[in-house]
Design a protein around this ligand. Structure first.
Ligand code: HPA
Length: 277
């Protein structure tokens, strides 16, 4: 058997032996947004360390566990902490958690992240809903023998971010009085922030926000047929757009400030996702 698939199945068996809960929606919490998990009516938690072979994050602010429970009456699994490619994991490990949540039963994947804003109309603290992405610099997680049990060799990428979920997010943001920007997100590998010249290049290529996660997870989830949406918290303006040097602390601080609005937006939207399931 494909060793990547074998490892995924081992993790799945490890989870199933401990947790008897079938989530419908999987939520991945990005930098600084981990406290969102406090808004879930928790049924069970599972520390990543308890899952045999599961990749465990080394980044401060990315504590690692799955939280199972309900948002309104929608059963969710929430990842508090994710691993990034720049931590040195093989790309198959970076997308393993998303694949695992699909095997657990999740049909919808709600990704979140923090990003640097490139679109000049964005401000630090804005939320941007992804309409599409660019992933020309991060490795494609589907490279290698195709895992036919998960999806096809050459998946279509025309509508990675589900139009119905996007519409729900738009409506929800309007109802909650939250400004929701929209645009194209590019994943670079990190861990260094981009240079100002790289940001200018990305701007010319039509990129609105940049970060170090998400797209590889969206590619793997799309391969498996999940419905995907993503909201990025624009934690800072990208390199060269202000005189300030960028720091991870600034990213986390901005996400903390945005957290109450983020919580309202995510919870209200997830409660409505029942209509799409
Ligand atoms: N660049 C890349 N990743 C990020 C940034 C940024 O400016 N802000 C938060 N994550």
């Amino acid at each position: 058997m494909n060793p990547i698939y074998e490892k995924l199945l081992r993790c799945y068996e490890s989870v199933k032996s401990r947790i008897d809960f079938v989530p419908q929606v999987a939520i991945v919490l990005g930098s600084g947004l981990g406290n969102y998990a406090d808004n879930i009516r928790v049924e069970a938690e599972l520390d990543y360390h308890e899952i045999e072979g599961f990749p465990v994050s080394t980044v401060p602010g990315h504590a690692g566990k799955f939280i199972f429970g309900y948002v309104a009456d929608v059963p969710v699994v929430c990842m508090k902490g994710r691993v990034h490619y720049y931590e040195g994991y093989p790309i198959s490990d970076v997308v393993l958690p998303v694949r695992l949540m699909k095997l657990m039963g999740a049909k919808i994947l709600f990704l979140t992240n923090a990003s640097g804003g490139i679109n000049p109309s964005f401000s630090a603290g804005d939320f941007m809903m992804l309409r599409d992405h660019v992933s020309l610099w991060a490795p494609n997680p589907l490279i290698g023998a195709n895992i036919d049990e998960l999806g096809v060799r050459f998946p279509d990428m025309s509508h990675v971010y589900d139009p119905q979920l996007q519409e729900i997010l738009r409506e929800t943001a309007a109802e909650c009085g939250i400004r929701l920007q929209e645009g194209v997100y590019a994943q670079l590998t990190g861990p260094s922030f981009e240079s100002p010249a790289e940001i200018q290049l990305l701007h010319r290529l039509g990129v609105d926000a940049v970060g170090m996660s998400t797209v590889v997870e969206a590619i793997a989830a799309n391969h498996m047929g999940m419905k995907i949406c993503c909201i990025s918290c624009v934690s800072n303006l990208a390199a060269g757009m202000t005189d300030n040097p960028l720091t991870h602390e600034e990213v986390q601080e901005a996400a903390n400030v945005a957290a109450p609005k983020f919580t309202r937006l995510v919870s209200t939207a997830v409660a409505k996702f029942g209509s799409v399931l």
